[in-house]
Write a new protein. Structure first.
Length: 137
């Protein structure tokens, strides 16, 4: 799915546009590329370390929800997200690069320009690492 289609689906779920949701779209696109398809049941697990609009993008696009018990919140306040595919046993950690946005003088100040920059920059805003994790049952 292309970034525009992902964005439209996330906005429909979230209810409005914002830079945080754009981050969730980019994170979700990375996960889909790295780990495969959206969760139909509980095969994909998301561990999120903050409460933000980014998480709505993850819920909308990856199918990870509290109701299915495949969305786990461990609050560190950091823009860090870990994903585990129960079928392949692969896990990745996606974290926003420190210099990626708000400290970068080249990032636009206007909200829509920020959204466009995030969606265009995509994976360049993040560090992606393969990790090993243990999940609760």
């Amino acid at each position: 799915m292309d970034i525009k289609a992902l964005w439209e689906k996330a906005v429909e779920f979230h209810g409005h546009t914002c830079p945080g949701l754009a981050m969730g779209v980019v994170v979700s696109k990375i996960v889909l590329e790295e780990l495969g398809n959206r969760a139909k049941s509980r095969e994909l697990v998301a561990i999120v370390e903050n409460v933000s609009c980014t998480v709505d993008g993850i819920q909308a696009l990856l199918g990870c929800t509290f109701g299915k018990k495949n969305l786990i919140h461990k609050d560190s306040g950091k823009p860090v997200f870990t994903f585990y595919n129960r079928q392949t046993k692969r896990a990745i950690r996606v974290s926003r690069r420190q210099d990626a946005l708000y400290r970068n003088p080249e990032i636009p100040k206007e909200r829509q320009d920020q959204i466009d920059t995030i969606l265009k920059s995509g994976r360049d805003l993040f560090t992606v690492q393969e990790v090993t994790i243990s999940l609760p049952d």
